[in-house]
Structures are given as structure tokens and as C-alpha cells.
Design a protein. Structure first.
Length: 182
């Protein structure tokens, strides 16, 4: 009986850590870079609360973002917004690539000209704001990557596809983390 319980517990742990398919789990590690991009928002500070307007409880538009430290040699920018606290594994809220590296200020709700939005965990090619279950606030990580070459991705690329394409081609990166709870 004890052996069965141990096997069941191990299987449950694997199941809980595996994420939830194409919108959820992260299996490819985030690329790293020696150079840092500073990511800020006029709506919230690092570790601060994401205002309701930028969540599913509000207008559900992306917050304004400002970038500094993007290398002059960057070919494009990539944005990935994820909730690592989601109950079934990391949840993708926004995936975007093909952004002009000189375009470093985006107003609320703005998609930079020429950008391609990938499919998020809500199964939409758009920004989907924080929408955690009631209880403990979740963290939302806004990651920005500068590439040394234009990425070749299909319109239905997943976050893992983007991470694979970034591997070995990330010239700089940075994050901004906000919190939101209900």
C-alpha cells in the first residue's frame, strides 16, 4: 500500500508541474544575455501592483512600457509576459516579436508597428491581462529580449518556439515584474 501511495504521489507531482499545454507550461528555459535592458512602466513599478485597467477585471489592455539599454546592433525585440504562479504551470499572457528595436516606448494598449503577436494562454493572438484565481496575488513577468538577427517564426509560434529561436541570438534582455490579486 505504501509503495502505491509513493508512486501515486510522484505521478501527481509530475502532472502538477507539467503545465497546461500550448498556453501554459514552460519547458524551454528562458535565454540569457550579458547585456541588460531596463524595462519600466508608468503604470506600476518593479514588484508593484498592476493596476486593474490592465487586467481582465478592467479594460484588459497592455500597460505602457518603456525600454532603455537596447543595443544599437539589435535586429528586433521580443516581448513575453508570463504568470509563473498559475496553478497548472507558467501561463503566457502576451507573446510578441518582430518589434523594431528603435521603438522603445509603447502607450497603453499599443502593439508596436510591424510586430507579430503569438498565441497566449487564452488562445488569442493578443495581450491578455492578469486574471488570477481568488486568493494569493500572482506575479506577472514582462520580459523583453533584443535579438542579434531577425527571428523566423510562424504566426502560430508558441512561447517555447520563441525561446528556442532566441537561444544563441539574445543580445540583451530585461524584465519588469508586477503583482495582481483578487
Amino acid at each position: 500500500m505504501h509503495r502505491r501511495l509513493v508512486i501515486f504521489a510522484a505521478a501527481a507531482a509530475v502532472g502538477l508541474s507539467s503545465g497546461c499545454g500550448d498556453g501554459g507550461g514552460t519547458s524551454v528555459p528562458a535565454p540569457s544575455a550579458a547585456r541588460r535592458i531596463t524595462v519600466t512602466s508608468g503604470a506600476f513599478s518593479e514588484g508593484g501592483t498592476v493596476p486593474r485597467r490592465y487586467t481582465c477585471d478592467g479594460a484588459d489592455v497592455s500597460p505602457p512600457l518603456d525600454l532603455s539599454g537596447v543595443p544599437d546592433t539589435a535586429a528586433e525585440l521580443v516581448v513575453l509576459v508570463e504568470d509563473p504562479d498559475a496553478p497548472h504551470g507558467t501561463f503566457v499572457h502576451w507573446l510578441m516579436w518582430g518589434i523594431d528595436p528603435h521603438d522603445t516606448h509603447w502607450a497603453a494598449g499599443e502593439v508596436p508597428k510591424g510586430a507579430t503577436q503569438g498565441r497566449n494562454g487564452f488562445k488569442k493572438n493578443a495581450y491578455g491581462g492578469p486574471c488570477p484565481p481568488k486568493g494569493k496575488p500572482h506575479h506577472y513577468v514582462f520580459s523583453v529580449y533584443a535579438t542579434d538577427k531577425a527571428l523566423t517564426l510562424s504566426a502560430d509560434a508558441t512561447a517555447d518556439d520563441v525561446r528556442r529561436a532566441l537561444t544563441g541570438h539574445t543580445a540583451a534582455s530585461g524584465t519588469l515584474t508586477g503583482r495582481y490579486g483578487r
